[in-house]
Write a protein of this length. Sequence first.
Length: 241
Amino acid sequence: MRILMINPNTSAGVTDILAARVREIAGAGATIVPVTGRFGAPYIASRATAAIAGHAALDALAEHVADCDAVYLACFGDPGLAALKEVSPVPVVGMAEASCQAACSRGDRFAIVTGGALWGPMLEEFVIGLGLSDRLAAIRTVAPTGDEIARDPDSALGHLAAACTACATEDGADVVILGGAGLAGLAVHIQASVPVPIICSVEAGAHAVFAARHRVQCIKSPPIKDSIGLSPALAKLLGIA
């Protein structure tokens, strides 16, 4: 199985972290093709940067999807996921969507813990869009952003553990998603101090994409004409002559 793993921000270091963890999970069963956003922000922390990341994800898909069996949008918040699903010739899995689905399969009410205060309302809107707001117990953010956590994970473990514990003891969550590409692999380090199961979003998305080759992908996007400034590969994918 050949998986295109798209990190739609411009941080190659985060891409390396993601690829290493996904390869560990996949073992010899899959080839991971990691791609970093060609343009945009090094870290997605606002609606504006998320919108740009959606374009970057489409651009990466167009350039690299050939010969791949599935696509992993490896960014919590899933920027551009619906558009990717609309035009991709193979199944697409989003990290956040897969994490929320995994959480709902393990408990009645889930919570999300991530880095960066601006992600709070954005993720709340995302969960509403999935139709899962009645299953959401809370969203808690910690002061370090995801990119800061990726650079110094050890200093963030206490903050993350405290937030996850509060989700369980104060908010009523029976499962917590530790969300964010930069938080890959950290759930195992804090699980012992948290009274409910913790789901690593990177791992949840990876497991979902390994099963995605069995899904049927329907291309629903009609051809687009007369667009300006798109990369040649993206123009070709969208059917622009």
